[in-house]
Design a protein around this ligand. Structure first.
Ligand code: AHR
Length: 537
């Protein structure tokens, strides 16, 4: 197995969590002015977009880890499986969610993966050791199964190539296998595997977390940058239309944070389209278990995005390049309970229970906050993946009889359903509170979208106040809505409440009283809550 996990490495270098940092910052929320009442105000102007939203902002991720693939999306022996072995219950949930893009096959797993093991007749596929999580990999689910599953759920694939133990040549072979019509060695192999038409996969990740000493094939930034460049050149020769994401820093707490990104991009800026960001947030050592700090943690995501943008644009300037990179936040979530070394060790079992984080109400509020951050940076973050989708650090969990929606399912589902059109540049005024490591934090955080096609607006609102309900007065500069068609809230007396197969509806959205629609309207937000309001034009 990989010699250490991410947490163990960070402990060794003296980082005990995703630490909040001791400098004052409130990011984009700096637009927020301090008010001294429980009354917040927001001005909505549909004519002030941040960006036209790329639906890929709300993607997800499935990896060969634990029970994500085997027992999650694929379980041939199950009473719930279809003739292809896909779990019908999971398939229906993912289809209903409408996840636009899904990253595969890893994660750490990809850095030791030989994609050739996972194609061709299933009976001939080797059982191998999954070195990333010390588990047994049967290879019964591989590239073609994943791509068939993507079609069945109606999503787009985002494939990662192995730049750890793998070579740029093997990566280019996979592009040829997937995207070339026929008449060449690897495209003909695909046809032999009974897939006539090429898949035309557009988005590709050039490895995974190559800055991390836990990563198979980890190397210094300059070397990785050169390898990524070589892979990009070979892959693009096979298919010039593909979009490529280079590996950025895997943690803001890495000793090489930002330097890794700079050095990597110095080598491969001209050959890639985007750089990746990863971040898992927690209410453990990093916040001292203080929920009011935890609810502010999306501001750390704002900061990370802005710092990586600064590095990209600095390298761009040095290269006098016309091209501006976009960001792929291709692993984000809450994750801090099940992430010890033991939680990542499959003990040489097949589909072991690993990193099965149980999410509570406060995690759902934080996921809501992280969605707000992604929306306000959607001009540069064009793609992002909630990590992961099923069983392992996931909104959906399976057992032999069905699938459970965890608390974080709901804010994610709202973003997918209502986050359409343009993200708006809102003007927000809110009272603030002090989080020493962050600075002044507004009690109320808001993002909004406006869909020019339907004329409808959606507001996503986080009330970080642990004790008090807060009023938000919303004022429309133009195009005031005629009604509030949907107004739902995630809240409750117990921030630690969670769903289980025994009590699947303990934490679910509730209806919130709809204010009268007009050029000015006031929402009453319960203490510690996340609200969705949808307002047709
Ligand atoms: O998502 C779980 C793991 O977290 C992924 O394999 C890896 O990329 C990250 O460290």
């Amino acid at each position: 197995m990989a010699s250490m996990c991410r947490r163990q490495f960070l402990r060794q270098v003296g980082v005990t969590g995703v630490a909040l940092r001791a400098d004052s910052w409130v990011g984009r929320a700096a637009q927020v002015q301090t008010r001294t009442s429980t009354h917040a105000r927001v001005i909505v102007d549909p004519a002030r977009p941040v960006a036209s939203l790329d639906r890929r902002l709300f993607g997800s991720f499935v990896e060969h880890i634990g029970r994500c693939i085997y027992g999650g999306i694929y379980e041939p022996g199950s009473k719930l499986a279809d003739p292809d072995g896909f779990r019908k219950d999971v398939l229906a949930e993912v289809r209903q969610l409408g996840v636009p893009i899904i990253r595969y096959p890893g994660g750490n797993f990809v850095s030791g993966y030989n994609w050739l093991d996972g194609v061709g007749p299933k009976k001939d596929r080797p059982r191998v050791l999954n070195l990333a999580s010390n588990s047994i990999e049967s290879n019964q689910f591989g590239t073609n199964e994943f791509l068939a599953w993507c079609r069945a759920v109606g999503t787009e694939p985002l494939l990662a190539v192995n730049l750890g133990t793998g070579t740029p040549e093997r990566a280019a072979n996979l592009v040829e296998y997937c995207n070339v019509e026929g008449g060449t060695r690897w495209s003909d192999l695909r046809r032999q595997h009974v897939v006539e038409k090429p898949y035309s996969i557009k988005y590709w990740c050039l490895g995974n977390e190559m800055d991390g000493p836990w990563q198979l094939g980890h190397m210094p930034a300059k070397e990785y940058g050169l390898k990524a460049r070589d892979a990009a050149l070979q892959m693009r020769t096979v298919d010039p239309s593909i979009k490529l994401v280079a590996c950025g820093s895997s943690e803001v707490t890495m000793p090489t944070y930002l330097e890794w990104d700079r050095q990597t991009l110095e080598e491969c800026y001209d050959d890639v389209d985007a750089i990746s960001l990863h971040h898992y947030f927690g209410n453990g050592l990093e916040t001292g278990g203080d929920s009011s700090k935890f609810l502010a943690i999306n501001l750390m995501m704002d900061r990370q995005i802005e710092e990586i943008i600064a590095v990209c644009d600095m390298v761009r300037g040095r290269k006098r390049s016309k091209k501006q990179l976009w960001l792929s936040f291709d692993e984000w979530n809450v994750w801090y309970r099940k992430n010890t070394e033991a939680d990542m060790n499959g003990q040489r079992k097949e589909a072991p229970h690993l990193v099965e984080e149980v999410y509570n109400l406060e995690d759902a509020l934080v996921v809501g906050g992280l969605i707000i951050t992604l929306l306000r940076h959607s001009d540069r973050v064009r793609l992002a993946c909630l990590a992961q989708l099923v069983n392992d650090i996931a909104p959906l969990v399976t057992n032999a009889d069905g699938v459970l929606r965890q608390t974080i399912y709901y804010p994610y589902a709202w973003a997918l359903k209502y986050g359409r059109g343009n993200a708006l540049n809102l003007v927000v005024e809110s009272e603030t509170y002090e989080v020493p490591e962050i600075g002044r934090v507004p009690y109320v955080d808001i993002a909004g979208t406006f869909d020019p096609e339907s004329g409808s607006t959606t507001l996503f609102i986080l009330n970080r106040d642990m004790i008090k309900a807060r009023e938000v007065e919303v004022m429309w500069r133009e195009g005031a809505p005629t009604r509030v068609s949907e107004c739902q809230v995630m809240t409750g007396p117990d921030l630690k409440a969670y769903n289980s197969f025994e009590a699947p509806k303990r934490v679910i959205p509730q209806s919130l009283e709809r204010p009268k629609a007009g050029a000015r309207m006031t929402f009453e937000l319960p203490a510690h809550s996340y609200t969705l309001a949808h307002l047709p034009g």
